[in-house]
Design a binder for this molecule. Sequence first.
Ligand code: SAH
Length: 369
Amino acid sequence: MHKKVNLLNFDRQGLEAYFSEIGEKPFRAAQVLKWIYQFGVDDFNEMNNLSKSLREKLSNEAEIKLPEIVTEQISEDGTIKWLLQLDSGNSIETVFIPENDRGTLCISSQVGCALECSFCSTAQQGFNRNLTTAEIISQVVIANRALKCIPRNERVISNVVLMGMGEPLLNFDNVVAAMNIMLEDNAYGLSKRRVTLSTSGVVPALDRLKEVSDVSLALSLHAPNDELRNELVPINRKYPIKELLAACKRYISGESKRKVTVEYVLLDGVNDKPEHARQLVKLLKDLPCKINLIPFNPFPNSGYATSSKEAIERFRNIVVKGGLVTTTRKTRGEDIDAACGQLAGKVLDKTKRNIRRKEKEELSPGRTV
Ligand code: SAH
Protein backbone atom coordinates (compact mmCIF):
# COMPACT_ATOMS: atom_id res chain seq x y z
CA MET A 1 0.00 0.00 0.00
CA HIS A 2 1.25 3.48 -0.79
CA LYS A 3 1.94 5.82 2.06
CA LYS A 4 -0.77 8.41 2.66
CA VAL A 5 0.00 12.10 2.87
CA ASN A 6 -0.66 13.51 6.34
CA LEU A 7 -2.43 16.83 5.75
CA LEU A 8 -1.35 18.09 9.18
CA ASN A 9 2.06 18.66 7.64
CA PHE A 10 0.76 21.55 5.53
CA ASP A 11 0.13 25.16 6.36
CA ARG A 12 -2.26 27.01 4.06
CA GLN A 13 0.38 27.58 1.41
CA GLY A 14 1.49 23.97 1.53
CA LEU A 15 -2.06 22.70 1.33
CA GLU A 16 -2.80 24.94 -1.65
CA ALA A 17 0.24 23.51 -3.41
CA TYR A 18 -0.91 19.99 -2.56
CA PHE A 19 -4.37 20.60 -4.03
CA SER A 20 -2.89 22.09 -7.19
CA GLU A 21 -0.69 19.04 -7.49
CA ILE A 22 -3.64 16.66 -7.38
CA GLY A 23 -5.55 18.76 -9.89
CA GLU A 24 -7.83 20.58 -7.47
CA LYS A 25 -8.56 24.24 -6.89
CA PRO A 26 -6.35 25.89 -4.24
CA PHE A 27 -9.39 27.35 -2.41
CA ARG A 28 -10.06 23.85 -1.13
CA ALA A 29 -7.20 24.44 1.29
CA ALA A 30 -9.18 26.95 3.36
CA GLN A 31 -12.16 24.59 3.48
CA VAL A 32 -10.11 21.64 4.64
CA LEU A 33 -8.20 23.70 7.22
CA LYS A 34 -11.53 24.76 8.73
CA TRP A 35 -12.75 21.18 8.92
CA ILE A 36 -9.62 19.96 10.62
CA TYR A 37 -8.80 22.75 13.02
CA GLN A 38 -12.11 24.50 13.66
CA PHE A 39 -14.62 21.66 13.47
CA GLY A 40 -12.33 18.84 14.59
CA VAL A 41 -13.33 16.57 11.70
CA ASP A 42 -10.81 13.93 10.59
CA ASP A 43 -13.00 11.92 8.26
CA PHE A 44 -12.96 13.26 4.70
CA ASN A 45 -16.42 11.82 4.06
CA GLU A 46 -17.86 14.26 6.59
CA MET A 47 -16.43 17.29 4.80
CA ASN A 48 -19.67 18.00 3.00
CA ASN A 49 -18.68 21.09 1.08
CA LEU A 50 -16.11 19.07 -0.88
CA SER A 51 -17.20 17.27 -4.03
CA LYS A 52 -17.82 13.56 -3.71
CA SER A 53 -14.93 12.76 -6.02
CA LEU A 54 -12.54 14.90 -3.97
CA ARG A 55 -13.67 13.23 -0.76
CA GLU A 56 -12.94 9.87 -2.32
CA LYS A 57 -9.59 10.98 -3.64
CA LEU A 58 -8.57 12.32 -0.24
CA SER A 59 -9.75 9.17 1.54
CA ASN A 60 -7.49 7.15 -0.73
CA GLU A 61 -4.43 9.34 -0.74
CA ALA A 62 -4.43 11.48 2.37
CA GLU A 63 -4.94 11.20 6.10
CA ILE A 64 -5.20 13.31 9.21
CA LYS A 65 -3.00 11.48 11.62
CA LEU A 66 -2.35 12.49 15.21
CA PRO A 67 0.09 10.95 17.67
CA GLU A 68 -1.50 8.86 20.39
CA ILE A 69 -1.94 10.08 23.94
CA VAL A 70 -0.02 7.75 26.25
CA THR A 71 -0.91 9.50 29.49
CA GLU A 72 -2.76 12.58 30.68
CA GLN A 73 -1.78 13.90 34.09
CA ILE A 74 -3.62 16.67 35.91
CA SER A 75 -1.79 18.68 38.56
CA GLU A 76 -3.30 19.98 41.78
CA ASP A 77 -3.09 23.47 40.29
CA GLY A 78 -5.00 22.51 37.14
CA THR A 79 -1.95 22.18 34.88
CA ILE A 80 -2.34 19.25 32.47
CA LYS A 81 0.49 17.29 30.89
CA TRP A 82 0.15 14.88 27.99
CA LEU A 83 2.72 12.33 26.93
CA LEU A 84 2.37 11.67 23.20
CA GLN A 85 3.72 8.65 21.38
CA LEU A 86 5.41 9.51 18.07
CA ASP A 87 7.05 6.31 16.92
CA SER A 88 8.30 3.19 18.59
CA GLY A 89 11.04 4.77 20.66
CA ASN A 90 10.13 8.40 20.94
CA SER A 91 7.58 10.38 22.86
CA ILE A 92 7.18 14.05 23.72
CA GLU A 93 5.40 16.15 26.31
CA THR A 94 2.92 18.99 26.00
CA VAL A 95 1.61 21.07 28.89
CA PHE A 96 -1.51 23.20 29.37
CA ILE A 97 -1.35 25.92 32.00
CA PRO A 98 -4.70 27.50 32.92
CA GLU A 99 -4.68 30.99 34.42
CA ASN A 100 -7.50 33.39 35.28
CA ASP A 101 -7.30 35.40 32.11
CA ARG A 102 -5.78 32.91 29.69
CA GLY A 103 -4.82 29.34 28.94
CA THR A 104 -1.30 28.70 27.72
CA LEU A 105 -0.20 25.60 25.85
CA CYS A 106 3.52 24.82 26.02
CA ILE A 107 4.59 22.66 23.08
CA SER A 108 7.72 20.79 22.03
CA SER A 109 9.60 21.25 18.75
CA GLN A 110 12.14 18.40 18.82
CA VAL A 111 12.54 14.94 20.33
CA GLY A 112 15.05 15.86 22.99
CA CYS A 113 17.44 18.71 22.34
CA ALA A 114 20.82 18.99 20.68
CA LEU A 115 21.94 21.87 22.89
CA GLU A 116 23.49 21.11 26.21
CA CYS A 117 22.23 23.78 28.58
CA SER A 118 23.53 22.65 31.92
CA PHE A 119 20.39 23.29 33.99
CA CYS A 120 17.76 21.79 31.64
CA SER A 121 16.52 18.23 32.00
CA THR A 122 15.63 17.90 28.32
CA ALA A 123 19.32 18.45 27.55
CA GLN A 124 20.25 15.45 29.64
CA GLN A 125 18.21 13.21 27.43
CA GLY A 126 20.13 13.87 24.28
CA PHE A 127 18.59 14.35 20.87
CA ASN A 128 16.84 12.11 18.38
CA ARG A 129 15.19 14.15 15.65
CA ASN A 130 13.15 17.16 14.61
CA LEU A 131 9.39 16.97 14.95
CA THR A 132 7.43 17.14 11.71
CA THR A 133 5.00 20.01 11.19
CA ALA A 134 2.20 17.49 11.84
CA GLU A 135 3.74 16.46 15.16
CA ILE A 136 4.09 20.07 16.25
CA ILE A 137 0.58 21.22 15.34
CA SER A 138 -0.89 17.93 16.60
CA GLN A 139 -0.02 19.02 20.11
CA VAL A 140 -2.42 21.96 19.73
CA VAL A 141 -5.08 19.77 18.11
CA ILE A 142 -4.87 17.11 20.80
CA ALA A 143 -4.87 19.56 23.71
CA ASN A 144 -7.72 21.51 22.18
CA ARG A 145 -9.84 18.40 21.79
CA ALA A 146 -8.95 17.02 25.22
CA LEU A 147 -9.80 20.32 26.90
CA LYS A 148 -13.20 20.44 25.27
CA CYS A 149 -13.92 17.10 26.91
CA ILE A 150 -13.22 18.61 30.29
CA PRO A 151 -16.30 20.67 31.08
CA ARG A 152 -14.81 23.87 32.37
CA ASN A 153 -15.18 26.89 30.16
CA GLU A 154 -11.99 28.67 31.10
CA ARG A 155 -9.93 25.78 29.81
CA VAL A 156 -9.36 27.05 26.33
CA ILE A 157 -6.08 27.66 24.61
CA SER A 158 -5.53 31.39 24.18
CA ASN A 159 -1.74 31.34 23.95
CA VAL A 160 0.87 28.96 22.61
CA VAL A 161 4.50 29.02 23.70
CA LEU A 162 7.27 27.02 22.05
CA MET A 163 8.96 26.39 25.37
CA GLY A 164 8.74 22.62 25.61
CA MET A 165 11.38 20.14 24.51
CA GLY A 166 13.81 21.24 21.83
CA GLU A 167 15.28 24.36 20.24
CA PRO A 168 12.61 25.63 17.82
CA LEU A 169 15.02 27.59 15.64
CA LEU A 170 16.98 24.41 14.90
CA ASN A 171 13.81 22.94 13.36
CA PHE A 172 13.09 26.07 11.38
CA ASP A 173 10.83 25.09 8.48
CA ASN A 174 8.56 22.75 10.41
CA VAL A 175 8.22 25.18 13.30
CA VAL A 176 7.37 28.06 10.97
CA ALA A 177 4.74 25.99 9.13
CA ALA A 178 3.16 24.91 12.42
CA MET A 179 3.12 28.50 13.70
CA ASN A 180 1.49 29.56 10.41
CA ILE A 181 -1.35 27.16 11.17
CA MET A 182 -1.73 28.65 14.65
CA LEU A 183 -1.98 32.15 13.16
CA GLU A 184 -4.09 31.19 10.12
CA ASP A 185 -7.65 32.55 10.19
CA ASN A 186 -9.03 29.35 8.72
CA ALA A 187 -7.35 27.32 11.46
CA TYR A 188 -6.72 28.67 15.00
CA GLY A 189 -6.52 32.38 14.17
CA LEU A 190 -4.30 33.25 17.14
CA SER A 191 -2.81 36.73 17.10
CA LYS A 192 0.95 37.00 16.71
CA ARG A 193 1.13 38.36 20.25
CA ARG A 194 -0.25 35.08 21.56
CA VAL A 195 2.25 32.78 19.89
CA THR A 196 5.71 32.93 21.45
CA LEU A 197 8.86 31.29 20.20
CA SER A 198 11.55 30.85 22.84
CA THR A 199 15.14 30.44 21.75
CA SER A 200 18.50 29.94 23.33
CA GLY A 201 19.90 32.20 20.63
CA VAL A 202 20.53 30.80 17.18
CA VAL A 203 21.41 34.16 15.66
CA PRO A 204 21.26 33.45 11.89
CA ALA A 205 17.94 31.64 12.29
CA LEU A 206 16.55 34.57 14.24
CA ASP A 207 17.28 36.86 11.30
CA ARG A 208 15.63 34.38 8.95
CA LEU A 209 12.60 34.23 11.23
CA LYS A 210 12.02 37.94 10.84
CA GLU A 211 11.66 37.46 7.11
CA VAL A 212 8.89 34.88 7.37
CA SER A 213 7.09 35.41 10.67
CA ASP A 214 6.32 37.99 13.31
CA VAL A 215 5.44 35.92 16.35
CA SER A 216 6.50 37.08 19.80
CA LEU A 217 10.02 36.35 20.87
CA ALA A 218 11.38 35.05 24.16
CA LEU A 219 15.09 34.79 24.75
CA SER A 220 16.63 32.30 27.16
CA LEU A 221 19.40 34.56 28.45
CA HIS A 222 20.08 33.20 31.96
CA ALA A 223 23.40 35.00 32.43
CA PRO A 224 24.51 38.63 32.23
CA ASN A 225 27.99 38.01 30.81
CA ASP A 226 29.62 35.72 28.25
CA GLU A 227 31.80 33.88 30.70
CA LEU A 228 28.86 32.61 32.70
CA ARG A 229 26.57 32.15 29.71
CA ASN A 230 29.19 30.04 27.92
CA GLU A 231 28.93 27.65 30.81
CA LEU A 232 25.13 27.59 31.22
CA VAL A 233 24.04 27.93 27.58
CA PRO A 234 26.94 26.58 25.51
CA ILE A 235 25.59 27.84 22.18
CA ASN A 236 26.76 31.22 23.52
CA ARG A 237 30.30 30.26 22.51
CA LYS A 238 29.11 30.40 18.91
CA TYR A 239 26.78 33.39 19.20
CA PRO A 240 27.89 35.59 22.11
CA ILE A 241 25.59 37.94 24.00
CA LYS A 242 26.39 41.10 22.06
CA GLU A 243 25.53 39.51 18.71
CA LEU A 244 22.48 37.87 20.21
CA LEU A 245 21.02 41.06 21.67
CA ALA A 246 21.66 42.86 18.39
CA ALA A 247 19.71 40.12 16.56
CA CYS A 248 16.85 40.44 19.06
CA LYS A 249 16.75 44.17 18.45
CA ARG A 250 16.60 43.60 14.71
CA TYR A 251 13.79 41.11 15.21
CA ILE A 252 11.51 43.59 16.98
CA SER A 253 12.59 46.63 14.96
CA GLY A 254 9.93 48.35 12.89
CA GLU A 255 7.21 47.79 15.44
CA SER A 256 7.17 50.42 18.09
CA LYS A 257 5.56 48.60 21.00
CA ARG A 258 7.18 45.21 20.67
CA LYS A 259 9.23 43.77 23.47
CA VAL A 260 11.38 40.70 23.82
CA THR A 261 10.69 38.54 26.85
CA VAL A 262 14.03 37.79 28.48
CA GLU A 263 13.97 34.53 30.44
CA TYR A 264 16.36 34.19 33.34
CA VAL A 265 16.46 30.99 35.38
CA LEU A 266 17.73 31.74 38.87
CA LEU A 267 20.32 29.21 40.02
CA ASP A 268 21.38 29.36 43.64
CA GLY A 269 24.82 30.91 44.02
CA VAL A 270 25.50 30.74 40.27
CA ASN A 271 23.72 33.64 38.56
CA ASP A 272 21.50 35.09 41.28
CA LYS A 273 23.85 37.49 43.06
CA PRO A 274 23.30 41.28 43.25
CA GLU A 275 26.25 41.84 40.92
CA HIS A 276 24.54 39.68 38.29
CA ALA A 277 21.36 41.70 38.62
CA ARG A 278 23.30 44.93 38.18
CA GLN A 279 25.10 43.56 35.13
CA LEU A 280 21.77 42.51 33.69
CA VAL A 281 20.32 46.00 34.05
CA LYS A 282 23.30 47.46 32.23
CA LEU A 283 23.23 44.83 29.54
CA LEU A 284 19.56 45.28 28.70
CA LYS A 285 19.27 49.03 28.94
CA ASP A 286 18.93 49.46 25.17
CA LEU A 287 16.71 46.48 24.42
CA PRO A 288 12.93 46.93 24.62
CA CYS A 289 12.19 43.96 26.84
CA LYS A 290 10.54 42.55 29.91
CA ILE A 291 12.31 40.18 32.25
CA ASN A 292 10.83 36.90 33.28
CA LEU A 293 12.62 35.49 36.31
CA ILE A 294 12.21 31.73 36.58
CA PRO A 295 12.95 29.94 39.84
CA PHE A 296 15.01 26.87 38.91
CA ASN A 297 12.99 23.67 38.86
CA PRO A 298 15.16 20.88 40.21
CA PHE A 299 15.51 17.44 38.66
CA PRO A 300 17.69 14.47 39.66
CA ASN A 301 21.47 14.98 39.29
CA SER A 302 21.13 18.52 37.99
CA GLY A 303 23.86 19.77 40.29
CA TYR A 304 21.93 23.03 40.83
CA ALA A 305 19.62 24.30 43.54
CA THR A 306 16.73 26.75 43.53
CA SER A 307 17.56 30.25 44.74
CA SER A 308 16.11 31.22 48.10
CA LYS A 309 13.02 33.46 48.20
CA GLU A 310 15.23 36.22 49.61
CA ALA A 311 17.75 35.90 46.78
CA ILE A 312 14.97 36.04 44.21
CA GLU A 313 13.44 39.12 45.84
CA ARG A 314 16.80 40.83 46.12
CA PHE A 315 17.57 40.11 42.47
CA ARG A 316 14.14 41.27 41.41
CA ASN A 317 14.36 44.53 43.34
CA ILE A 318 17.64 45.49 41.72
CA VAL A 319 16.31 44.77 38.24
CA VAL A 320 13.05 46.64 38.88
CA LYS A 321 14.93 49.62 40.33
CA GLY A 322 17.06 49.54 37.23
CA GLY A 323 13.90 50.31 35.26
CA LEU A 324 13.17 46.91 33.75
CA VAL A 325 9.66 45.47 33.72
CA THR A 326 9.98 42.25 35.66
CA THR A 327 7.76 39.33 36.49
CA THR A 328 8.62 36.20 38.43
CA ARG A 329 7.27 33.06 36.80
CA LYS A 330 5.04 31.01 39.05
CA THR A 331 6.09 27.41 39.09
CA ARG A 332 3.20 25.36 37.77
CA GLY A 333 2.52 21.66 37.57
CA GLU A 334 5.56 20.71 39.63
CA ASP A 335 3.79 17.70 41.17
CA ILE A 336 3.47 16.12 37.72
CA ASP A 337 6.95 17.17 36.50
CA ALA A 338 5.41 19.61 34.07
CA ALA A 339 7.34 22.71 35.14
CA CYS A 340 9.92 24.53 32.95
CA GLY A 341 12.94 22.41 32.27
CA GLN A 342 11.25 19.26 33.55
CA LEU A 343 9.78 18.04 30.28
CA ALA A 344 11.28 14.78 29.31
CA GLY A 345 9.20 12.36 27.26
CA LYS A 346 11.24 9.50 25.97
CA VAL A 347 14.16 10.10 23.65
CA LEU A 348 16.10 7.50 21.78
CA ASP A 349 19.34 9.39 22.19
CA LYS A 350 21.31 9.51 18.98
CA THR A 351 23.95 11.80 20.37
CA LYS A 352 25.14 9.18 22.85
CA ARG A 353 25.25 11.97 25.38
CA ASN A 354 24.45 9.73 28.29
CA ILE A 355 27.16 7.29 27.34
CA ARG A 356 29.68 10.10 27.04
CA ARG A 357 28.58 11.46 30.40
CA LYS A 358 29.04 8.09 32.03
CA GLU A 359 32.47 7.68 30.49
CA LYS A 360 33.54 11.06 31.79
CA GLU A 361 32.26 10.19 35.21
CA GLU A 362 34.28 7.03 35.21
CA LEU A 363 37.39 8.95 34.24
CA SER A 364 36.96 11.39 37.07
CA PRO A 365 34.93 9.66 39.76
CA GLY A 366 32.91 11.81 42.13
CA ARG A 367 32.52 14.64 39.68
CA THR A 368 29.26 15.25 37.94
CA VAL A 369 29.54 16.59 34.45
N1 SAH B 1 15.32 25.78 23.57
C1 SAH B 1 14.40 26.86 23.74
C2 SAH B 1 13.03 26.40 24.10
C3 SAH B 1 12.91 25.72 25.46
S1 SAH B 1 12.22 26.90 26.48
C4 SAH B 1 14.98 27.83 24.72
O1 SAH B 1 16.03 27.56 25.28
O2 SAH B 1 14.43 28.90 24.89
C5 SAH B 1 12.32 26.29 28.05
C6 SAH B 1 12.52 27.40 29.06
O3 SAH B 1 12.65 26.83 30.34
C7 SAH B 1 13.80 28.12 28.77
O4 SAH B 1 13.80 29.45 29.12
C8 SAH B 1 14.73 27.30 29.63
O5 SAH B 1 15.90 27.93 29.83
C9 SAH B 1 13.90 27.14 30.87
N2 SAH B 1 14.39 26.04 31.72
C10 SAH B 1 15.12 24.98 31.34
N3 SAH B 1 15.41 24.20 32.38
C11 SAH B 1 14.85 24.76 33.46
C12 SAH B 1 14.77 24.40 34.84
N4 SAH B 1 15.33 23.29 35.30
N5 SAH B 1 14.09 25.22 35.67
C13 SAH B 1 13.47 26.31 35.20
N6 SAH B 1 13.50 26.69 33.91
C14 SAH B 1 14.18 25.93 33.05
